[in-house]
Write a protein of this length. Structure first.
Length: 91
């Protein structure tokens, strides 16, 4: 199983990644082990999706990384109406 995840860093920035061990990867981010997130004081896991194949998780990760902060927030909040609106406006 592969997990796509989104972290909220310092209550302001989103970090998106994939892993096979969500608990271990989250602990690594919070402990400063990950070079991409070690500069943040606060790290919170805010969203996950599960995939059977790594290629599917990677494709979704790439898609979400290209999104605006507003669009990511709509996804995390489960606001599908806003997500669709933002998609139509190319945000």
């Amino acid at each position: 199983m592969y997990y796509l995840y989104i972290l909220l860093c310092d209550k302001a920035l989103f970090y998106t990644g994939i892993t096979t061990s969500l608990d271990k990867r989250t602990r690594n981010h919070k402990s400063g082990y990950s070079p991409h997130t070690k500069r943040y004081k606060s790290i919170e896991l805010v969203y996950t999706e599960n995939y059977l194949r790594r290629s599917e998780a990677e494709k979704r990760e790439e898609q979400i990384k290209g999104w605006s902060k507003q669009k990511k927030r709509a996804l995390i909040e489960g606001n599908l109406t806003k997500l669709r609106q933002l998609s139509k406006s190319k945000s």
